[in-house]
Design a protein around this ligand. Structure first.
Ligand code: PMP
Length: 357
């Protein structure tokens, strides 16, 4: 029976990607070798890497002369620290907007490198909104934001219009909507939601921004060294890079990000309409800041949770539980999740209203 996986990450990827990747695990490109055993110095892999970087820039509509692309081990958490060492160390200041657990972790990691000014936070309201009221000064090296808050289900609908470079953690909404990527000095993402298996971060850095800094750092922390070594300062995560490439090809075959965005809008509308309509449920995020990727919602009557969860289980809905810090239910609706999955979830919400409400 088909499962509908609403997991926040690692998350569902397109079925076509699973098919092609599984074939490549047996035999990559009729080379007689598995993708898992090819050398990262082989022509086959260099081609995958180059093609993947190009596809990232194509999807983001960025110029290769202006931006560099990296695929590095360590996930987004590694970048929390690494970016601060590159752009904040040793004694600079940077502004951070705190919109959830992941922003908080980015803040905590950056404090090891320099002075972190939390210019706005929605913590006082359990992160149910995106703060828009703050002061920011040109003396800050950058402004850090989390474009989509995976746990609390909020998302920037538009980005701050500021005079300092913006660094954005897009782990949970990368390639999910058409945005102007050139407004960012750096974009990074753990790849395990919209791109590939876990184990890697995708990083895109504006060259001019990076050139401003001349910190002496251990090579593994230094973006300039990683760029110079073409993401191969150590053995790169070959399989996640390969699968990211397949997923980017899939996005392009779907008609590009705008088509993916239309599907994401449709899924989010179906679910939020039901959350708002159904008297048994309520949503967490303020309507204006709602995430199209992760919807956090609750049952008004906790006693109904066992019947709701039983119905979900019977319909093969997986991983709907909210994060341990928020409780409730979280439907993660990343690019590869079919509209059908959301419709099935909504049918269950309607059926418990009808028979048990
Ligand atoms: N940022 C956001 C917005 C996330 O959702 C996550 C993971 N869920 C992270 C950062 C951390 O990513 P990683 O596990 O790749 O370090």
């Amino acid at each position: 029976m088909k499962s509908y996986n609403f997991c926040a990450g690692p998350a569902t990827l397109p079925f076509e990607v699973y098919q092609e990747a599984s074939q490549a695990v047996i035999d990559y490109n009729q080379s007689g070798l598995s993708i898992l055993e090819i050398s990262h110095r082989s022509d086959d892999f260099i081609q995958i890497l180059e093609d993947s970087k190009n596809r990232v820039l194509q999807l983001m509509q960025l110029d290769a002369n202006l931006y560099s692309v990296l695929f590095l081990q360590g996930g987004a958490t590694m970048e929390f620290y690494r970016l601060s060492q590159n752009f904040l160390f040793p004694a600079y200041k940077a502004a951070y907007i705190n919109t959830g657990v992941w922003s908080q972790k980015a803040i905590d990691a950056a404090k090891f490198s320099g002075s972190v000014i939390e210019i706005a936070s929605s913590k006082n309201e359990n992160y149910r909104y995106i703060p828009s009221d703050f002061d920011i000064y040109e003396s800050y090296n950058y402004l850090h934001i989390t474009s989509n808050n995976t746990i609390y289900g909020t998302q920037y609908q538009s980005f701050p219009d500021v005079d300092v470079p913006i660094v954005a953690d897009m782990s949970s909404d990368i390639f999910s909507r058409s945005i102007d990527y050139s407004q960012f000095a750096m974009i990074y993402a753990g790849v395990q939601k919209n791109l590939s298996p876990a184990g890697m971060s995708l990083i895109v850095i504006e060259k001019q921004f990076l050139d401003r800094f001349s910190n002496i750092l251990p090579p593994i922390i230094d973006y300039k060294q990683h760029i110079k070594n073409e993401s191969m300062l150590n053995t790169p995560p070959v399989f996640p890079i390969y699968v990211s490439n397949l997923t980017m090809q899939w996005i392009q075959k779907q008609g590009g990000i705008s088509k993916i965005e239309a599907k994401n809008n449709e899924k989010a509308k179906i679910l939020y309409d039901e959350i708002d309509r159904n008297p048994l449920f309520f949503g967490h995020a303020e309507i204006k800041d709602r995430s199209k990727m992760n919807a956090l919602f609750y049952l008004k009557n906790e006693e109904m949770s066992s019947i709701f969860e039983k119905l979900c289980q019977e319909a093969s809905i997986k991983n709907l539980k909210g994060h341990r810090t928020s409780g409730g239910y979280r439907a993660s609706m990343y690019n590869a999740l079919d509209v059908e999955a959301v419709k099935i979830l909504v049918e269950i919400m309607q059926s418990i209203e009808k028979y048990h409400g």
